[in-house]
Design a protein around this ligand. Sequence first.
Ligand code: NAP
Length: 315
Amino acid sequence: METTPPEGESRSVKVLIIGSGPAGLSAALYAARADLAPVVLSGMDLGGQVSQTHIIENYPGFPEGISGSGLVEAFQKQAERFGAEIVFDMAIEADFSRRPFRVKTHGGEFLAEAVVIATGATPRKLGVPGEEEMIGRGVSYCATCDGHFFKGMDVVVVGGGDSALEEGLFLTRYAASVTIIHRRDSLRAGAILQKRALEHPKIKFIWDTVVTEIRGKDVVEGVRLKNVRTGEESTLKTSGVFIFIGHTPNTQLFEGQLEMDARGYLIADSKMRTSIPGVYVAGEAADPVFRQVITSAGMGAAAAMQVTHFLEENE
Ligand code: NAP
């Protein structure tokens, strides 16, 4: 495993992959097998969001499920076996105005003939008073990371999608009770998760309700709630607030250079091409809809195959 070039120097590569989740590592595998010696910038966490997922039960090939970190490790090993190189660094600046494309990192600079953006997405925040101040003091966006701090305590989960229910179910391992607060009276999550959560003895639901404030002195002590139908306000005592209300794509770095929609998702065609020839995108940075390990991995493979054609035609 190499590092970024020394400060002030540039390193030329054929393919730079920005991000190391399922999309990035799958792109790396396919680009490596095409003999393109891809370099993957890991970003903050190798593997991205999936590395913090306790168990993945819907990635084919693992009938008993596999841990997120186990899957990432397998992806990494497989890509490295064919010559992909993972660099533990982050892209902090990108210039796609001409080829080779320039990507600055904390450690140096890369000049790349082609780029695959696989920067993923970040959990969305509620934006209510107390949330920022209480991060790490009872407010969390990752049950797998923080669940064990809440042994025997009462916690709340905000959201009604697959993430809220999956993480809520995971929290029942530790918490005395899990109260899921959802802004509507029906869940967005899939049928299997709904059934498991609705039948779980430790899980309660509060419907048609939003959290308007997170309260506590040094640590979370409660949440202020508002029923959106009746307008009634109340306070619920809790030690933890786990928030799963969707994601924001990590594409700020490319603003003004690549076409994106109003929410910041990169716009790609069916061949994973962005608005700049030679810059491709895969995974959640361009996908507000599917957001699965398998779909991100598929997009990564497709992007790398297109990069291969692009380089053949443009070298
Ligand atoms: P999501 O499906 O977008 O659900 C977000 C939930 O948060 C929705 O219930 C939404 O309410 C609620 N919400 C959004 N903004 C809110 C706000 N400001 N205040 C209160 N509630 C708010 O997000 P997700 O659960 O993270 O899932 C994202 C994608 O990943 C989905 O496609 C999902 O299927 C997939 N995923 C799959 C699995 C799995 O297959 N096991 C696991 C995790 C995620 P509304 O329902 O009213 O819009």
